[in-house]
Design a protein around this ligand. Structure first.
Ligand code: NDP
Ligand code: MG
Length: 388
């Protein structure tokens, strides 16, 4: 009898307590070949403690020092190293027995641990799009230098990656990035003025963390994804077309020079892109959440309304000009979304504050990591300084 063993995948997860982090753990639950060696949170030590007791990682990081101290006491009966702060996050991302790091933290906080993990020759299962948006030129060059893979977790990028398998990149005419359009599709600028936080947190198809859900409603998320796709697939932003597809069944497509289009379809469920990034090039069995075509009366396609949702053209401008402009786009948004969640600004202020920061902060070409982090700080100060 021949026994076929699935490969073993040793993973570290940074941001294990979030939406992508917990879904990654669910994927590990149904794949005995996936071993979890490292976990991390910003401050949610209640959930992290449960994860540590279940998955028995060798290391766990908590960004907040006070919370890390508490967690250390709580898990003193276990053989797990608890580390804290930014350096702790990088230590958790570079644990020597892991071969892949899932970057499931939110925001620019993903940049440094990802760079450090690449330098330790880890493959990156990349959910944190902000990493490529802010440091795409550095991260893609390092991945090449250290011979590691950047495997997309974002559903659109996973779809593009899957649609590229077996074809030559040279034959690609353009990438068609689908967008759900978010909860405010079809609304006018005037109607957006009265939108509340609760309205913005209601995504039509996906259940995600708060920041990415709000970004989906403003189309900032799609803008970040255009920049992410530019770096992941080495194409100019002018070759990336955003198409609104309300049902989120086609996760994205690649159009080749013979006009043939290859698409990847499926139910809106992050487990497939997560699993594919962890087990690539294998396609493992997945139970549940199959796509039932009969449930969809029609699949629709629309052009994005770039006049109302002008964050999208701002992202194209950032992608085309490069330098630190994409960092300003990203970090001004992080600050503005934070202010919107705290009730300090209105919904339409988010994109306005991003546009202003992009006008007011000088662009530095080909920035170093230090310059990116300085720009991040400047963009946040630009936004917070106008409101607080
Ligand atoms: P969540 O907000 O649900 O989770 C974020 C995770 O990061 C949590 O573990 C959180 O810890 C931790 N965290 C928060 N702030 C920091 C920080 N400053 N430093 C280090 N860790 C931090 O986010 P999502 O899972 O929704 O998103 C994660 C990333 O994946 C984002 O970049 C997003 O754009 C991307 N993505 C998400 C998708 C989704 O379906 N959710 C789809 C495609 C991409 P704690 O719990 O303690 O706060
Ligand atoms: Mg996406």
């Amino acid at each position: 009898m021949v026994i076929i063993m699935e490969n073993t995948h040793n993973i570290a997860i940074i941001g294990s307590t979030g939406s992508i982090g917990t879904q990654t753990l669910e994927v590990a639950d149904s794949n005995p070949g996936i071993k979890v060696l490292s976990l991390s949170a910003y401050s949610n030590i209640d959930m992290l403690e449960k994860q540590i007791r279940k998955y028995k990682p060798v290391i766990a990081a908590v960004i907040r020092e006070d919370k890390a101290k508490k967690l250390k006491l709580r898990v003193s009966d276990l053989n797990v190293k608890i580390v804290s702060g930014e350096s702790g996050l990088s230590e958790a991302a570079t644990v020597n027995t892991a071969d892949t790091v899932v970057t499931a933290v939110v925001g620019i906080s993903g940049l440094l641990p990802t760079i450090n993990a690449i330098k330790c020759k880890k493959n990156i299962a990349l959910a944190n799009k902000e990493t490529l948006v802010t440091g795409g030129h550095i991260v893609t060059a390092l991945a090449k230098e250290y011979g590691v893979r950047l495997l997309p977790v974002d559903s659109e990028h996973s779809a593009i990656f899957q649609s590229l398998q077996g074809f030559s990149h040279d034959d690609v005419k353009r990438i068609i990035l689908t967008a759900s359009g978010g909860p405010f599709f079809g609304k006018t600028k005037k109607e957006l003025e009265n939108v509340t936080l609760q309205d913005a947190l209601k995504h039509p198809n996906w259940d995600m963390g708060a920041k990415v859900t709000i970004d989906s409603s403003t189309l900032v998320n799609k803008g970040l994804e255009v920049i992410e796709a530019k770096w992941l697939f080495g194409v100019d932003a002018s070759k990336i077309k955003v198409l609104v597809h309300r049902q989120s069944v086609i996760h994205s497509m690649v159009e080749y020079r013979d006009n043939g289009i290859i698409a990847q379809l499926g139910a809106p469920d992050m487990k497939l892109p997560i699993q594919y990034a962890l087990t690539y090039p294998e396609r493992l069995k997945m139970t549940g959440n199959e796509l039932d075509f009969a449930k969809y009366a029609s699949l629709t396609f629309d052009e994005p309304d770039t006049d109302t949702f002008y964050a999208l053209p701002l992202a194209y401008k950032a992608a085309e000009q490069g330098g630190t402009l994409p960092t300003v786009f990203n970090s001004a948004d992080e600050a503005a979304v934070d202010l919107f969640i705290k009730g300090k600004i209105g919904y339409t202020d988010i994109t306005r504050l991003i546009a202003e920061a992009m006008e007011e902060i000088k662009n530095t070409p080909n920035p170093t990591v230090e310059q990116i982090l300085e720009t991040d700080k400047a963009a946040r100060e630009n936004v917070y300084g106008k409101i607080l």
